[in-house]
Design a protein. Structure first.
Length: 266
């Protein structure tokens, strides 16, 4: 069976195997009540389809670099996720990105010379295997209803990812993205904590768009997404305060820190 090179894998994935009706005919899947792999991930890829529900819970930013991707900021510092506990269970109300809900599945190319995508899974996950209990992945040698549902979810995710890529390209074409910076003042330090290393919408350039450009982004659905991103940035302080309350805040002497990593592979 083909296995994807480890150095090309997106976050969360340790390995990838194509699902096979021969090799995995007796495999089952068990539900997971936690996501331990999420505990140290502070920035999660997000699709434009998720901007509106996600902006109520956490900041939406764009990764640094030329190939920006939208990210849901679940913590302001590397290795901190304020929405899950140490076991990977949700602490309370939160938005869980489709990127997380997709794991351990994903569609991937098995051959570089082909555009065909195959349903693959991470064989290191504890939720898929030749278990006695659980829901079967195959029935009578054919994909079960559950597997068909997984395939549909992954296909929908790929389509949303394509729309997201076009959205970012349009932002870049209009020069609406700029390097972001957020300063948070606290009573424990004279100087604010400054977070950089991400990109955000330039509100000044947004206000200065020509009428035809503004009409275009309103008609094609970009404008509500831009506003969702801008509204969500108000949650930076809430995430910061959650880190402090969990004992995961930055040190008392403030310094400029990275709020987001380079673009993650989706």
């Amino acid at each position: 069976m083909a296995s994807a090179p480890a150095n090309n894998l997106p976050i969360f994935y340790n390995d990838l195997l194509p699902l096979s009706s021969v090799d995995h005919v007796d495999y089952r899947t068990k539900p997971a009540d936690s996501a331990p792999f999420l505990t140290t991930q502070h920035a999660i890829p997000l699709t434009v389809d998720e901007f509106v529900p996600a902006q109520r819970f956490a900041p939406i930013i764009f990764s640094a670099g030329n190939d920006s991707v939208p990210l849901l900021l679940m913590g302001l510092n590397e290795g901190v996720n304020v929405f899950v506990d140490d076991e990977g269970k949700l602490r309370g109300p939160a938005y869980v990105p489709a990127y997380v809900r997709r794991y351990p599945w994903m569609l991937a190319k098995l051959r570089p010379d082909s555009e065909d995508l195959s349903l693959c899974f991470d064989p290191t996950t504890p939720t898929i295997g030749a278990f006695e209990d659980g829901q079967p992945l195959f029935e009578d040698g054919k994909p079960s209803e559950l597997t068909q549902g997984v395939m549909k979810f992954c296909e929908d995710f790929e389509q949303a990812a394509a729309r997201t890529g076009q959205f970012v390209r349009d932002l870049q074409d209009m020069d609406l993205l700029m390097d972001g910076e957020v300063a948070i003042q606290t009573p424990v330090a004279e100087q604010p904590f400054v977070y950089r290393g991400f990109r955000m919408i330039n509100e000044e350039k947004l206000r200065d768009l020509r009428g035809d450009q503004l009409r275009k982004i309103n008609q094609n659905g970009m404008l509500p997404l831009i506003h969702a991103h801008l509204f969500s940035l108000q949650l930076m302080r809430e995430v910061f305060e959650a880190q402090v309350s969990q004992g995961k805040g930055p040190i008392a002497v403030p310094a400029a820190v990275e709020a987001a990593p380079e673009a993650a592979n989706a």
